[in-house]
Design a protein around this ligand. Sequence first.
Ligand SMILES: *Cc1c(COP(=O)(O)O)cnc(C)c1O
Length: 371
Amino acid sequence: MKVPLLDLKAQYNSIKSDVDKAVAEVFESQYFINGPQVKECEAAIAEYCNCKYATGVSSGTDALLISLMAAGIGAGDEVITTDYSFFATAGCVSRTGAKPVFVDIDPVTYNIDPAKIEAKITPKTKAVIPVHLYGQMADMDPIMEIAEKHGLIVIEDAAQAIGSEYKGRRAGSIGHYGCFSFFPSKNLGTAGDGGMVVTNDADLDSKLKIFRNHGSKPKYYHKFIGGNFRLDTLHAAVVLAKFPHLDSWSAARKRNADYYRKLFCEKDIIGKGVKCLPEEVTNRHIYNQFVIRAERRNDLQKFLKEQGIGNEVYYPVPFHLQECFAYLGSKAENFIDSSKAADESLALPIYPELTAEQAEYVVDCIADFYK
Ligand SMILES: *Cc1c(COP(=O)(O)O)cnc(C)c1O
């Protein structure tokens, strides 16, 4: 049996006429830049995230970069973030000229450990970027408390967490900025690259909209140096066509996660090869990924691929070990849990269209491997 890590063709087949119609409308209008779908998409995402404002941007990476730029962060500044995430989280900090400062993770949620943040704050610290990894939010209350105490900007990297909740509050609505990605593999993906920044602050919002258009306002007058960070009309139209399905897709992912849990228990392999399954910690988890910890992870990964099962390691190298960040001189003993996660984590197929039969096959193969 074949079980891909993600099956975007199955998704497309279920909504083909809506997506095709939305794309055709953009072509008919030839309104490719700042078409009405961009504003419509911004309004839909702002409302969904319980935020007042949203700015469509060119990618999740650019959502982070433009937030940092609009916050005035640059050379001489420090930005605290997790040691364990997709590269963009840390890369964007460096691209502004600021220095990324990494913090180890909570081994249960894989998110930044708030108890370790304060020790990393210096007079140069300007911001903190918590990441809501795999679709579960970071522990935002202590993070906001620390940020307020030290006057730090909080940029939520919610690229994997659209619709996720922390104590009833939506991802992106707690910090100063919330950054989303419409990369095809995210819960709400477009037909290429796209992203969004949400905020509840009118001043920050208007600044984002200036920065996304080369920093010009009025046109050809530049108070700031921004860039071309616009969301294409085509991508906004595709996001709008898919948006009505987002909650049912995230619910299907959650259903698959619960079914995996049941199957792993029945097979009795937890603690016998599989070290642990993801846990939901007082949050609404949207399961962009379902990540287990596994003994002999690399061998298991290879075995599953041979059995036709897609899987991936998110992420094999924590930031402090990346060659490009060697100059920071990070000490290994400060990153025990992120290093462990990099060695043990394995993402299994969790996409909405996954069938019960496929999930059973995945767990059967894992049980076979550890037998
Ligand atoms: C996907 C992702 C990004 C970047 O989004 P792109 O749209 O691919 O640029 C940033 N941070 C995290 C945690 C992500 O998963």
